[in-house]
Design a protein around this ligand. Sequence first.
Ligand code: FE2
Length: 308
Amino acid sequence: MEQAVKDLGTLEGPALVFGGPYSNLQATQALLARADQLGISPSRIICTGDVVAYCADPEATVSLIRRSEMAVVMGNCEESLGFGTDDCGCGFSEGSACDLLSVQWFAYARNHLSAAAKQWMRDLPRALSFRMADRRFRVVHGSVASINRFVFASTPLSEKEAEFELGDADAIIGGHCGLPFTQVIGDRLWHNAGVIGMPANDGTPRVWFALLTPEGSDVRIETHSLQYDYGTAAEAMAAAGLPAAYAKTLGDGLWPNLDILPETETAATGRPLSETTIVWHGNETGRSTMPRPAPEPVSESAYLRATK
Ligand SMILES: [Fe+2]
């Protein structure tokens, strides 16, 4: 049975968070190997959804994730494939480049998934909760209000504050938008670990995950890049007849189109991201960390004016 919110209890040690495997088997294998190197057990690994999307190995990627027994929140792709709707449910504008490309990978994924995999998708929780350093975390795919809402670093703080109230949480971990960022808003936190199935539109083939570590009453949030065998993943896409545009993205790190991106994130296209570390002490105001160099210093007050 589908669960609305699955509680993971209190996480005492580091947690590894990632999103968007996107049927990319090679990236998923690399992520699990990294977790093993870091000594992080599956009980502290969290996936923010969209296990299946653009790449060539939907069934094998689902199997690998299921076997690992990590916690997974339902993405819009799981919702659409699990319940048998006609498109990926990303919310792309009709006729847009994203919309046209998604028709191709969605049909491929639907035809290459077993009934058992679709049943697993239907049974996924729509949100996860856990406690770390006495803070209440809520994990969702898009936002608390909507599974397919795109929430970026540049999304107004006021909109994020409304989501905290809705989720009754000190911290929200979201996925869906494909870009990693960490943002302290007052005494609360919004975090997106990024995705492992596609690069972050930064002109490199690297993909992204995060580590959350309790340190007394603080939480350290690190974004990490991951390198993997993207050549094999791209070859598998070509062999499967999937759109060449996304296979190319695996290597050059540039999204085939920027339809979903706000102005701020569009301007950062092709600029390599940096790994970041932020310690969340609480009671801070408006400090935002996007894992990319800022074009010019922006004062805290200017940032708040621009985003409120
Ligand atoms: Fe999504």
